[in-house]
Design a protein around this ligand. Structure first.
Ligand code: GCU
Length: 386
């Protein structure tokens, strides 16, 4: 199936988009029956979880035997405190460092954003964009759990020593780290609102934040930033574009991911290289697992590798699940002008979503705008009518 979509933005022109096959219907159960009432959803959701999260990334690491939080610094002057989180098994414990930064001015308990990208350079203004809006940060470095080193063998890092035989990709291990930080926040008596926890991360960290949010319902708001393949993208939609400077770009495929980063994913993904239409899911399944909680998909208009058009398609497909659960107002998407980065503007938009959810009221007018002409949908099913 091939179609021209006349898609464009001010930085690139989309030459061609190819839909390999329609996006699968998340309401259609393994038994061939379609979900028809909301009480059937939890059962179907469990199937979705196995068919998407587990197939892509491998199993979820076990619940830890314990979580103990040791303060390392309480230098309140910068409103930043640092903790060592001890967790894993009693026999083989492991640790990660958690930094909590609270806003100077907070009205009551503040919402908090958990971000595991401590291994990345954070751009100027990124943290301040939330802090100045009364939102705190819980920061950790996911690579303290599983390494992210291309030359090392699959399964390298403390979590694989703690749980010998754990056969999941690094993204699944990193996602587990988000939940351990929430465990720690629950123990600390800090002025934070545990009902308003958001998960975010960028790129590989965005795939991680989405998976973590799909698995851990304590995340009230889930925000994968430019997470592409294995995140908010779309495996069945291929898109080729030409940038203003004449260079070309396209979306990342399973073959690309496994060529560079096989250790991020499950071993089973290999079977689907160049056979995307045989996948029992596409990335809207993972988005739909967040429903009816808040999902905020942030993309960059010029980031072709992350498949911004495909992301919109899988968001529209996930929207059917949000509609079905009566939560359509909890789904947001934003296309920042520019390229691959996690910027202060992304954090500002996330802060806007958090406050709109907490206080009610409108979100930023830049929300929902597309940097391309709206293409036809890549699926023809709709949510069941109740
Ligand atoms: C590579 C990879 C992407 C990933 C990105 C990143 O480009 O192919 O899937 O999102 O690295 O994490 O920056």
């Amino acid at each position: 199936m091939e179609k021209d979509t006349f898609v464009h933005s001010d930085m690139l022109t989309i030459q061609k988009s190819t839909l390999l096959g329609p996006l699968p219907d998340p309401f259609l159960g393994r038994d061939g029956r379609r979900v028809s009432s909301r009480d059937q959803w939890p059962g179907r959701r469990e199937e979705l979880r196995k068919d998407s999260c587990n197939l892509l990334f491998g199993p979820e690491p076990p619940r830890p035997e314990f979580v103990r939080v040791e303060p390392l610094s309480d230098y309140r002057y910068t409103r930043s405190t640092v903790y060592r989180v001890h967790t894993g098994t009693k026999e083989r414990p492991m640790t990660l460092r958690l930094q909590v930064i609270l806003p100077e001015k907070a009205e009551g308990l503040c919402p908090i954003i958990v971000d595991g990208d401590g291994c990345f350079l954070r751009r100027e203004g990124y943290l301040d964009a939330a802090l100045q809006r009364g939102i705190g940060w819980a920061l950790f470095d996911r690579t303290e759990i599983a390494h992210d080193v291309q030359d090392e063998p699959r399964g390298t890092g403390p979590i694989y020593d703690t749980y010998s035989g754990l056969d999941c990709g690094a993204i699944s291990a990193w996602a587990w780290g988000y939940s351990r930080c929430v465990d720690a926040l629950e123990q600390l008596k800090l002025p934070i609102d545990l009902d308003f926890i958001a998960f975010t991360g960028h790129s590989r960290g965005g795939k991680t934040a989405l998976l973590a949010g799909a698995r851990d319902v304590r995340a009230r708001i889930v925000n994968p930033n430019e997470s592409g393949a294995g995140g908010s993208g779309c495996y069945r939609l291929r898109v080729e574009a030409v940038y203003k400077d004449g260079t070309s770009g396209r979306e990342e495929r399973i073959s690309d991911s496994l060529f560079q980063f096989p250790y991020w994913y499950s071993r089973d993904l290999e079977k689907y290289v160049d056979r995307e239409t045989e996948l029992p899911f596409d990335l809207h399944f993972i988005k739909a697992l967040v429903a009816p909680r808040t999902l905020f998909i942030s993309e960059a208009a010029g980031d072709m590798w992350c498949n911004p058009v495909g992301s919109w398609q899988t968001t529209m497909a996930a929207r059917e699940v949000y509609r079905f659960l009566g939560a359509e107002d909890k789904l947001f998407w934003y296309y920042r002008p520019g390229f691959h980065a996690h910027t202060a503007l992304d954090a500002e938009m996330l802060a806007g979503v958090i406050w709109a959810q907490r206080r009610g009221g409108p979100v930023d007018e830049r929300m929902f705008r597309l940097p391309f002409d709206e293409p036809p949908l890549c699926f023809d099913w709709r949510c069941p009518t109740l």
